[in-house]
Design a protein around this ligand. Structure first.
Ligand code: LLP
Length: 425
């Protein structure tokens, strides 16, 4: 987090809260979230895109407090399940500012969305159009968008590239399925087509794919106007803006993105004679990722086969990202000074797999020993939201830090929590 400060004796504070004290008080592994940073990141989007709707992508991390901050900062929400939707709405989030996504929405997802009155449903397949139309109550019209794959490859890993045709998301612009879906929706009296959506990928580090996506989507809007005589009022260009995970890595600059996207949108609309649609963005990682830090305690250090393994009390159950995407993190020793020269070490988790590696071959002081604390920056997005119950170790708590005060948002998962759903013999 931006508020991270070195303190005496090798300690580090975040938002004025000592990480060592937090680890002692709340136990480890522990996730801390800098509330002000989340709020500032929301404001940065609103400043960069004053005329756009900004939706926070809840899949990055959601809890009641997070939903509350997002609402207070004037953002809407992107959800992809009845679960995320219900959590937000029961926290008081206005349903009309929520958008439902998903390539395979369950009957429960769709009926919950209709019952609670979400602002938009982003249709992801032709069969969904028929299913949704059949569920829409008589006398109502559900606003929908079409998720389009514009045929653009962007994103930090193949598993998170969603703008190409050859994967499960969206309807292809290239082969005409997107236009076909538009025609189908226009035939449904209970559905109101308000615009198009695309999300090209995640952890996208450059601007070019966004500019290309806007160009292609505007082209499609113009073709829809020519074919059906309608001008769609909205364009949602998804999220995916990269953050830095390690010192020296670049994040995508939101201000520069805003300028380029706006320029391309205005150019494209001028070229095709379309009115400029209202823009929507759906950042997840860039809102919450850098605001989070994970704190682990070292349980064992082992030197073998010329390598040093530093084992901590969490691992792939609270952060599956290195195992899934090969992402590299930069853990650091906190809580005591060390003048021992750094040595390459592999930080591993406590799970029953050799692949449970949190950080492969990273520089750590040579004297790292059991009892030490390691902090992992940029841990706010897609860690706990992707956490699993593997080995029944219990998910870590989330503690908000702000102005020197720490408060638990989500408590640690207990053995009781884990066994509660097991109904016995
Ligand atoms: N909108 C849609 C429709 C999405 O599918 C996503 C992410 C977002 C917005 C937000 O993307 P963001 O701004 O957070 O990059 N688990 C992976 C990331 C998966 C992203 C899925 N969709 C990871 O840990 O890198």
């Amino acid at each position: 987090p931006r508020s991270a400060r070195p303190e005496p004796h090798g300690d580090v504070s975040v938002a004025g809260v000592s990480l060592t004290e937090a680890a002692d008080r709340f136990g480890t592994p522990l996730y801390l979230l800098d509330e002000q940073e989340v709020r500032e990141r929301c404001r940065a989007y609103r400043t960069a895109f004053p005329d756009a709707d900004i939706l926070y992508a809840a899949k990055a991390f959601l809890c009641r407090a997070m939903a509350h901050w997002i609402q207070e900062e004037g953002l809407g929400l992107d959800v992809c399940s009845a679960g995320e939707l219900a959590l937000a709405v029961t926290t008081g989030f206005p349903p009309e500012k929520i958008v439902l996504h998903g390539n395979a929405k369950s009957p429960e997802d769709l009926s919950t969305a209709l019952r609670l009155g979400v602002g938009r449903i982003v249709v992801d397949s032709t069969s969904e159009i028929t299913r949704l139309a059949a569920l829409t109550p008589p006398g109502t019209r559900q606003p929908v968008m079409v998720r389009v794959t514009p045929g653009i490859a962007a994103g930090g890993h193949t598993k998170i590239r969603t703008g190409t045709d050859d994967q499960k998301f969206g309807l292809s612009l290239t082969d005409g399925s997107a236009q076909h879906a538009v025609t189908r929706i226009l035939d449904q009296p209970h559905l109101e087509l308000v615009g198009l959506h695309c999300h090209i990928g995640s952890q996208v580090t450059t601007l070019k794919p966004y500019v290309a996506a806007v160009r292609r989507m505007v082209g499609l809007m113009a073709r829809i106007r020519d074919q059906h005589g309608i001008t769609l009022p909205q364009l949602n260009i998804g999220g995916g803006h990269a953050i830095a995970y390690r010192p020296g890595e670049e994040s995508l600059n939101v201000g520069v993105l805003a300028g380029r996207v706006r320029a391309e949108l205005e150019d494209g609309c001028a070229r095709t004679g379309l009115p400029v649609p209202r823009l929507t963005l759906e950042p997840g990682r860039a809102i919450v990722g850098p605001a989070g830090v994970a704190v682990y305690r070292v349980l064992a250090v082992k030197r073998t086969a010329g390598r040093t393994f530093v084992a901590v009390d969490g691992g792939m159950s609270d952060n599956p990202r290195p195992a899934l995407y090969g992402v590299r993190y930069a853990p650091r020793l906190i809580g005591r000074p060390s003048s021992t020269p750094p040595r390459l070490a592999t930080v591993v988790g406590r799970h029953c797999e050799a692949g449970d590696i949190l950080a492969d071959e990273v520089a750590l002081p040579g004297d790292v020993r059991p009892g030490d604390l390691l902090a992992v920056p940029a841990a706010g997005a897609y860690h706990l939201s992707m956490a699993s119950g593997y080995n029944l170790v219990g998910r870590p708590p989330v503690v908000a830090v702000s102005n020197g005060i720490a408060r638990v948002l989500v408590r640690r998962e207990s053995l009781d929590d884990m066994s509660r759903r097991d109904i016995g013999l």
